[in-house]
Design a protein around this ligand. Structure first.
Ligand code: OAD
Length: 229
C-alpha cells in the first residue's frame, strides 16, 4: 500500500498541494525542495525544514496510522510504502515501512552526501558539516533527485506482487511513487483509493472510499476484522 501527505493531515501536518494551507502555499516546490533552491537560498530551505520538523515533533499519529498498524498485524505480506518524511507510520507502530522520500529528522552533508548526526552550533544557518565544512541539509529526496534504489526496487516488487493495493491520501502526481498503483493495476491487483478528492487514479481504481483516512481506515479494519481502533 502507498500513503501520502493526506494521511498525516489529521495529525495537523499540512499537505503539499492544498491551496490555502499547503506546505507550498508561499513558495514553489522548486524553491524549497530542490538542489537548485538550496543553492540559491540555503537559509530559507533550512528554516522551512526546521519549521516542518517542529510541526512533526509536536504531532502524533492519528487513527488512520493506527488502522494501518492493525492491518499489518493481520495481513501476511504487508508493505507500507510512504512518500511522507514525517516518520509517523513508524511512531504509530508500523514495521515494514519503505520511506521513499527519506525522513525529515535525518540530516546529511550537502557535499559528501553522507548522514551526519552531530554538529557544533556555530550560529550558521544551515549548520556546517563537521568533516568538510559544507552546509548540512535534510536527508530527504528533493525534486530532480533519485530515490534510494533499494527502497524503490522493494516498492516496485511489492506493487507488482500484491493482490490488493491501497492508495491513501496522495494526489498521485509525483513520480515515481505515482506509478505504483498503476503498476499494481497492470499486475491484476484490486486497487482501492482513500481520498476525499479525485486524483488521476480515481477513474481506474476498483473501489473509491471517498473521505478522510482517519475515519475510513478504522471503518475498513473494523468491517474486515472486527477490530476497533
Ligand atoms: P499532496 O499534498 O500532493 O496530496 C495530498 C492528498 O491527500 C490530496 O489528494 C488530498 O485530497 C488528500 N487528503 C487530504 N486530506 C486527507 C485526509 N484527511 N485523508 C485522506 N486524504 C486526504 O501530497 P502527496 O501526494 O503526498 O515530495 O505529495 C507527493 C510528494 O509531493 C511529497 O512526498 C513531496 C511533494 O512534493 C517530495 O518532497 C519529494
Amino acid at each position: 500500500m502507498l500513503t501520502g501527505a493526506g494521511i498525516s493531515a489529521e495529525s495537523g501536518i499540512p499537505t503539499f498541494r492544498a491551496a490555502q494551507t499547503g506546505l507550498y502555499a508561499q513558495h514553489s516546490p522548486q524553491e524549497l525542495a530542490s538542489p537548485e533552491g538550496f543553492r540559491k537560498d540555503p537559509k530559507l530551505v533550512w528554516e522551512w525544514y526546521a519549521w516542518r520538523r517542529s510541526k512533526v515533533t509536536a504531532a502524533n499519529p492519528n487513527r488512520g496510522h493506527l488502522a494501518l498498524v492493525a492491518m499489518e498485524q493481520r495481513v501476511p505480506k504487508f508493505t507500507l510504502i510512504t512518500q511522507n518524511v514525517d516518520g509517523l507510520h513508524r511512531r504509530a507502530g508500523s514495521l515494514n515501512v519503505l520511506e521513499l522520500h527519506g525522513n525529515i529528522m535525518n540530516t546529511k552533508c550537502s557535499r559528501e552526501n553522507t548522514p551526519v548526526t552531530g554538529w557544533q552550533d556555530t550560529g550558521s544557518i544551515p549548520p556546517i558539516c563537521p568533516n568538510c565544512k559544507a552546509f548540512l541539509r535534510p536527508d530527504v529526496v528533493w525534486f530532480g533527485e533519485s530515490l534510494p534504489a533499494d527502497k524503490l526496487l522493494a516498492a516496485l516488487d511489492a506493487a507488482s506482487a500484491c493482490n490488493v493495493f491501497l492508495s491513501v491520501g496522495t494526489s498521485t502526481l509525483v513520480e515515481p511513487a505515482a506509478s505504483l498503483p498503476f503498476l499494481a493495476l497492470r499486475h491484476g491487483a484490486v486497487v482501492i483509493e482513500v481520498n476525499p478528492e479525485q486524483t488521476p487514479l480515481s477513474k481506474q481504481a476498483a473501489i473509491i472510499l471517498s473521505g478522510e483516512a482517519g475515519s475510513i481506515l478504522p471503518q475498513l479494519v473494523n468491517a474486515v476484522w472486527g477490530c476497533v481502533i
